[in-house]
Design a protein around this ligand. Structure first.
Ligand SMILES: NC(=O)c1ccc[n+]([C@@H]2O[C@H](COP(=O)([O-])OP(=O)(O)OC[C@H]3O[C@@H](n4cnc5c(N)ncnc54)[C@H](O)[C@@H]3O)[C@@H](O)[C@H]2O)c1
Length: 258
């Protein structure tokens, strides 16, 4: 019960990593408010977990204002909701061919959503002066990704904003911590448009983790375990940090000598 007595909001919690974090927080004794743009799906998820649910599109300021009324004081926020831009199929996201509209959609969810989330959390935590904000960035926020420029840019900005929030809160004298998690290749529905259902699905999966030292996809529960640690008081001295969870990928270059 490492999160007993804490009120925690998780965004993008209907499925994937967000769902696994909501489940883990609930198991650790927290009051969990699972939120998602897909209100019906997050309600179903919340029933399965036994937690609360609220619809929240992270890119809409009005939705955060409504959350601030529903959940005015907070201990933990996980800014997990994110999009690649490939949800409706593969489109050009390289720096030469990406459209401005597609670029903006990805930033509106990933970056604006994280900014609005951090702002809400600071306001909802500062009266007690303690709390933990966990921002889900990505391996793609640490290296360039030629075919997913908007995603990589937005995730890099999340990494930097995390450190700004951490320093700002420390400056104010609050024990409000802010850290980023950088996963790579976690098997969730996010990958489905890229994996497809054809006979070459397994070959695509193998190719995607061929350069990962642990040679497999990660599991959402493995990311959730890190989020529990950062949310808990065990991490009271951890702020402005970035934790990779990538099967060792970023420990060396893909071409590391044997
Ligand atoms: N899966 C990976 O390999 C991986 C790697 C690095 C980073 N991440 C990051 O982890 C987070 C979760 O990814 P996932 O793999 O579970 O994705 P997913 O696509 O399986 O789930 C994302 C969830 O976010 C919700 N969502 C989308 N847009 C939203 C919005 N505007 N407002 C609120 N909710 C919204 C979706 O409805 C969905 O429930 C994302 O930020 C993603 O970028 C994932």
């Amino acid at each position: 019960m490492r999160l007993s007595g804490k009120t925690c909001v998780v965004t993008g919690a209907a499925r994937g990593i967000g769902r696994a974090i909501a489940e883990a927080f609930h198991r650790e004794g927290a009051r969990v408010v699972a939120t998602d743009k897909d209100g019906a799906a997050v309600s179903q998820t919340a029933i399965a977990i036994g937690c609360e649910a609220l619809p929240l599109d992270v890119s809409r300021e009005a939705d955060w204002d409504a959350l601030a009324v529903a959940v005015p004081t907070l201990d933990v926020l996980v800014n997990n909701a994110g999009v690649t831009g490939f949800e409706d199929g593969i489109v050009a996201h390289d720096p030469e061919h990406a459209s401005l509209a597609d670029w903006r959609v990805v930033h509106a969810v990933n970056l604006d959503g994280t900014f609005l989330g951090c702002r809400y959390a600071i306001r909802a935590m500062k009266t007690r002066g303690t709390g933990s904000i966990v921002n889900i960035s990505s391996r793609s926020g640490l290296v360039g990704i030629p075919g997913a420029s908007a995603y990589a840019s937005s995730k890099a900005a999340i990494r930097n904003h995390t450190k700004t929030v951490a320093l700002y809160c420390a400056q104010q004298g609050w024990a409000i911590r802010c850290n980023s998690i950088h996963p790579a290749a976690i098997l969730t529905p996010m990958w489905e448009p890229m994996l497809g259902t054809g006979p070459d699905r397994q070959a695509r999966m193998d190719a995607l983790v061929a350069d990962t030292p642990l040679r497999r996809f990660g599991r959402p529960e493995e990311v959730a375990a890190l989020a529990v640690m950062l949310a808990s008081d065990e991490a009271a001295y951890v702020t402005g940090a970035e934790l990779t969870i990538d099967g060792g990928l970023l420990a060396g270059s893909a071409a590391s000598p044997g």
